[in-house]
Design a protein around this ligand. Structure first.
Ligand code: ACO
Length: 327
């Protein structure tokens, strides 16, 4: 049987740092409030002229270099994003052109903060069934252009960044992706969305004045929802593979909020030391968050061959999931 294995990881975050103190000058907030409620201390903001695909390409080049894979060897490119450069074509198509990955087909996945986990799941199945030998999965978000900088409920939470993973096949059943389990609940669409700018409410002066092109969120409902489903998703992945919580060596999670990650792991009985935490430096980078965490843990030498890595992510939709892989 063929499994897919991660051959390389990469990440990129823009240079400009926006601290909680900087935000105090923009909205009625405080460093103490943001740190105590979210764990976030600073986030990165893309430069003028820097696009989502630009960030994605830098992260991808790092992952390709680690994998020893030339762009022309790629068979497929998936970008998980809700902040593509433009509505049409996909961010992945622009990435394909910028990388010169002329043999790859490319498309975006719109699963918000779960986008890179969804993308990983698709790439895994293409590789396992022989439909692709080299896949590039990217999570890239430029959320600083999608938040209302006068809304303290949302603008303190998000940051810009990209993370990338290159996958290839392995016959070694002791390594690679074991399984990924995905879920969606469109009935909860109203707790986190960008209501305007699509076909229902196309761009107009009225739409812009009502800020319908910006992120709208019921933070408390998102928090409760995430805590309800994330531990269940990890348990589902463990049970599907005949494994238990004690088998987990590392957790690589989407980082929306430190309290969500801490509470989810506490419910599971997994110590926080097993989780790579970086949202203090980047904030919530949506689909980029999981691959950036994986890349940082990888480059820090934390992941040893054979280690069991549990992944979890949740975002607007709601869309969520969990997966397991042997490093
Ligand atoms: N600074 C100061 N005060 C604030 C801020 C801020 N940045 N934001 C909100 N407040 C105020 C609110 O207005 C409210 O004031 P009020 O009581 O006078 O109305 C007060 O703080 C308490 O607000 P709550 O919403 O009760 O605060 P809570 O403890 O729930 O924390 C938070 C808010 C951090 C958003 C929390 O609900 C949360 O983490 N939710 C998860 C949301 C999330 O992570 N979303 C990311 C996108 S989704 C994803 O990635 C999964």
């Amino acid at each position: 049987m063929t499994y897919s294995q991660i051959l390389g990881t990469g990440a990129y975050a823009p240079k400009r740092v926006l601290t909680n103190r900087d935000l105090e000058a923009l909205v009625a907030t405080s460093d103490e409030w943001i740190v105590s409620r979210t764990g976030i201390r600073e986030r990165r903001i893309a430069a003028e002229g820097e696009d989502t695909s630009d960030m994605a390409v830098v992260a991808a080049r790092h992952a390709l270099a680690m994998a020893g894979c030339a762009p022309e060897e790629l068979d497929m490119i998936i970008v998980g994003t809700i902040s593509a450069d433009m509505p049409l074509p996909s961010c992945a198509a622009l990435v394909q052109a910028k990388l010169g990955a002329r043999n790859a087909f490319a498309f975006d996945v719109a699963a918000a903060c779960a986008g890179s986990l969804y993308g990983l799941s698709i790439a895994d199945r293409f590789i396992a069934t022989g439909g692709a030998r080299r896949a590039l999965v990217i999570g890239a978000e430029l959320l600083s252009r999608l938040v209302d900088w006068t809304d303290r409920n949302t603008c303190v939470l998000f940051g810009d960044a990209a993370g990338a993973m290159v996958l290839g096949p392995t016959e070694d059943s002791a390594r690679g992706l074991l399984s990924i389990h995905l879920h969606s609940d469109g009935a909860a669409a109203d707790i986190l969305n960008i209501p305007g700018g699509g076909s229902r409410t196309p761009p107009s002066v009225d739409m812009l004045e009502r800020k319908l092109d910006k992120v709208h969120m019921n933070g408390r409902e998102v928090y409760k929802y995430a805590l309800r489903v994330l531990p269940l998703a990890i348990e589902e992945a463990l049970s599907a593979n005949g494994l238990g919580v004690g088998d987990i060596d590392h957790v690589v999670s989407h980082q929306a909020n430190l309290r969500i990650v801490e509470a989810a792991l506490e419910r599971l009985g997994v110590p926080m030391e097993k989780c790579w935490v970086n949202l203090d430096r980047y904030g919530n980078t949506s689909s980029a968050s999981l691959p950036i965490s994986l890349d940082e843990a990888n480059r820090a030498g934390r992941l040893k061959q054979g280690d069991l890595i549990a992944m979890m992510a949740i975002g607007a939709g709601m869309a969520w999931g969990a997966g397991l892989m042997r490093w």
